[in-house]
Design a protein around this ligand. Structure first.
Ligand SMILES: [Zn+2]
Length: 332
């Protein structure tokens, strides 16, 4: 069975720091072959040039620049064919990152990933919205009364809400220019503009751990390094915390997913990823969650050494592991 390629969609207004985020991802994920789709339509073409000048930039052939129009308005003509071309490469990219233009509507792009041509080959790793913190503090999005020049029937203010409402992870960027009080107030403001479970992280230059920004690179053939006598071992990534949870096989995957969704909201989990053994199934269930987005699918035969369910959980420092473990290890 063919593995699905994870795809990350990055949205955000011009000047929010999307290109800096992409450069950070490229340098932090050098172990992965990342392909980029960049939509920098308009006069400048500056985003593509900036990314290509990064020291760890992918080969030229793994960067697709769509400079002739807005990506969300050219789903059929540009977006889907570009993805298909990247997926047809040999070897295929391990991860695809899409940088949308500041004016693009995220929903048409997310919908296209569910089309029959693409859905069997791609999995959404996450939708990340980058927000210019000082601009939000100054009310520039709500007072943006103008219409969206690319989409005259929608306003800039509603575009901002589309971006935050579609996001699984929101980066409140340029946090060094915000007071702590501003950060707390803006985080509350953003929470009202997004789905329950969406994670909002303050950052400067989008400098967040790669484990938070992208899902793990471990593929089924390269299992997560395992410490059998210390299965709750943890890493501290400066403000973040992770551990591996193991549990017995699952008899009711739908119920387990509901529980997982509740735990994600209750404990502000950033990411959950792993494999579950489901009673009576010869295939293992791969589970990945980022904020409110939970994907689960049977994608490979169970390995002989896989006895139960193993999930790597990433959250903020100070996770209440006992409560999480109790909730997720309960029989179901
Ligand atoms: Zn568009």
């Amino acid at each position: 069975m063919r593995q699905k390629t994870p795809i990350t969609i990055v949205t955000g207004f011009l000047g929010s720091g999307k290109t800096t985020l992409i450069r950070h991802i490229l340098s932090a994920a050098q172990d992965r072959r990342i392909a980029l789709i960049i939509n920098e339509f308009g006069a400048l073409g500056i985003d593509g040039a900036l990314v290509q000048s990064a020291p760890d930039a992918p080969a030229q052939s793994d960067i697709v620049e769509l400079a002739n129009g807005c990506l969300c308005c050219a789903v059929d003509e540009d977006f889907v064919p570009s993805l298909q071309a990247l997926l047809a490469r040999d070897p295929a990219p391990e991860h695809i990152v899409v940088e949308t233009s500041g004016l693009a509507l995220p929903k048409p792009l997310i919908r296209a990933l569910g089309w029959p041509d693409l859905a069997p080959r791609l999995t959404i790793d996450g939708v990340i919205a980058v927000v210019d913190g000082p601009a939000l503090r100054d009310g520039r999005f709500d007072t943006a009364s103008g219409s969206n020049p690319e989409h005259p029937d929608s306003s800039l203010a509603s575009l901002f809400d589309d971006q935050t409402g579609s996001a699984d992870l929101i980066i409140l960027n340029k946090a060094d220019l915000l007071s702590e009080g501003d950060q707390a107030r803006l985080t509350d403001d953003l929470r009202n503009r997004c789905r329950a479970g969406t994670q909002i992280l303050a950052a400067t230059q989008s400098a967040l751990p790669i484990e938070v920004l992208l899902g793990q690179s471990h593929t089924p053939s390269e299992p997560e390094p395992h410490h059998p006598h210390d299965h709750h071992h943890h890493h501290d990534h400066g403000g973040f915390d992770s551990f591996t949870l193991t549990r017995a096989e699952i008899t009711d995957p739908a119920l387990f997913q509901e529980r997982l969704a509740r735990v994600i909201v209750a404990h502000d989990l950033l990411r959950v990823k792993g494999f579950a053994r489901v009673t009576g199934k010869p295939m293992r269930l791969t589970i990945q969650a980022v904020g409110p987005r939970i994907e689960a699918r049977y994608d490979a035969p169970i390995r002989p050494d896989q006895h139960g369910t193993e999930l790597v959980i990433i959250g903020r420092a100070g996770l209440d592991r006992d409560a999480i473990v109790t909730a997720l290890e309960a029989t179901c």
